[in-house]
Design a protein around this ligand. Structure first.
Ligand code: HEC
Length: 135
């Protein structure tokens, strides 16, 4: 009886340890996981200006479900994501080049889908321009 209890306690301790270690690994991963944009995209010129109507249509169709109507990252699908989708009203977001936003939209990563097969480049640049209106 006593031995069984000890075994049970030891088992719980191991479980707790595993939980703590896993948690800290995922925290480290989050911090050390910057989204690196290739040079080619980083300095890419935005070939269009405005076209906010097109951008808004595309955003409503493809992006709003996760990023939310106002870019706050609070769309109906947001809760199911492993990674927070970011806040498009923040200074940090707008400090990025148009090319970076285009790259992230076009190529995606993990929970953020790629859109290279779902829209034209013009449509994607229009969405970039539309995302600039969030403040
Ligand atoms: C299924 C949910 C989902 C949809 C739909 C989605 N996104 Fe995302 N998006 C994410 C997630 C999650 C991230 C964060 C990814 C990361 O950091 O690894 C993200 C990140 C981004 C970023 C980078 C934000 C930053 O702070 O650097 C941009 C730009 C972006 N999305 C644009 C778009 C656009 C434009 C669309 C529509 C064409 C779209 N997303 C559709 C989930 C989504």
């Amino acid at each position: 009886m006593k031995l069984n209890m000890l075994k049970g306690l030891a088992f719980c301790a191991v479980l707790a340890l595993v939980a703590v270690v896993t948690q800290s690994f995922s925290e480290i991963e989050e911090q050390d996981n910057p989204w690196v944009v290739p040079e080619k995209f980083l300095n890419m010129d935005n070939p269009i200006s405005g076209q906010l109507g097109l951008g808004k249509d595309m955003y409503s169709l493809h992006c709003k479900s996760c990023h939310g109507k106002e870019g706050l990252g609070d769309g109906p699908k947001a809760e199911k994501l492993d990674t927070p989708s970011g806040d498009f009203t923040e200074e940090e977001f707008h400090a990025q080049s148009d090319g970076s936003l285009f790259y992230k939209t076009w190529i995606g990563r993990d929970d953020m889908p790629a859109f290279d097969k779902k829209m034209s480049q013009t449509e994607a640049w229009a969405v970039v321009n539309y995302m600039r209106t969030f403040e």
